[in-house]
Design a protein around this ligand. Structure first.
Ligand SMILES: [Fe+2]
Ligand SMILES: [Fe+2]
Length: 253
């Protein structure tokens, strides 16, 4: 039997005033049903990086029945010295290996700053380590901040400061998929063989341009990559459909 890897990307849970418990309960139920090989939680677990919010986040995340929980920090998590708490409560590896795929994670959040940064050393680390996995058919990088701007999300001043260096490192390393969160706007860019998939917010009402809670499902079979969006409690479709059927939310019609 050919091996299949299933990943779920859940982003921007945002435990805080705009957290939607009912939506999160559905995310847990649906994800446990999917039974993925790994869950990538791509940052902004909390609104303010406060201890009680992190403790609630830890309880909620413990409800996922999955051995591999890849948990990244977002800019909201790094507020109010949340960067100290996050590291204690959510220790995570940097590299996750599967039969057909490898996932490397990048830390883009910086204390008390909204913009992201990868940095020279981390980019170097990425290139060096990706080169160790040339035999893997699918190479994935996961990060919180969005690497390239996306529609309907306003200013891009909180983008990754050194996005160009990271993009080059990913293309050079033949990365197939970059997973981002942060903007709460599901989207997909394709740059040749590189897919950049953005997840929406799984469980908060901080919507931007897309007004449903959602998460991404990534399937790798025979070295082929499928990226789908799942509306929480609703339909599943290829993520690229959002791009192909794009209409501005306020189009005057
Ligand atoms: Fe967020
Ligand atoms: Fe964010």
């Amino acid at each position: 039997m050919k091996y299949k890897v299933k990943l779920v990307q859940i982003s921007d849970i945002h435990i805080g005033s705009l957290f939607r418990q009912d939506m999160f309960d559905l995310v847990v139920e649906e994800t446990n049903e999917i039974d993925p090989d790994a869950i990538i939680i791509s940052g902004d677990l909390t609104d303010d990086g406060l201890l009680f919010q992190f403790e609630q986040a830890r309880k909620e995340i413990a409800r996922f029945n999955c051995q591999n929980k890849i948990i990244l920090a977002g800019n909201h998590d790094y507020r109010h010295t949340g960067y100290l708490i996050f590291k204690k409560l959510f220790p995570s590896r940097l590299v996750y290996e599967f039969d057909d795929a490898v996932i490397l994670t990048l830390g883009t959040a910086r204390p008390d700053r909204d913009e992201g940064e990868v940095g020279y050393r981390q980019n170097q680390w990425l290139e060096k380590n990706m080169n160790r996995y040339t035999q893997k058919k699918v190479k994935i990088v996961a990060m919180h901040h969005h690497l390239i701007g996306i529609p309907d999300t306003g200013t891009d001043k909180i983008i990754i400061l050194d996005a160009g260096d990271t993009l080059r490192a990913c293309l050079q390393s033949k990365v197939n998929l970059i997973l981002c969160g942060h903007k709460h706007r599901p989207w997909l860019w394709k740059l040749g063989p590189l897919n950049i998939a953005y997840a929406g917010t799984a469980s908060s009402s901080r919507f931007r341009g897309f007004f449903e809670n959602a998460y991404n499902i990534i399937t790798i079979k025979d070295g082929r990559l499928t990226i789908e969006i799942k509306i929480v409690g609703g339909d599943k479709m290829p993520l690229v459909n959002l791009v192909d059927n794009y209409k501005p939310f306020l189009d005057g019609s």
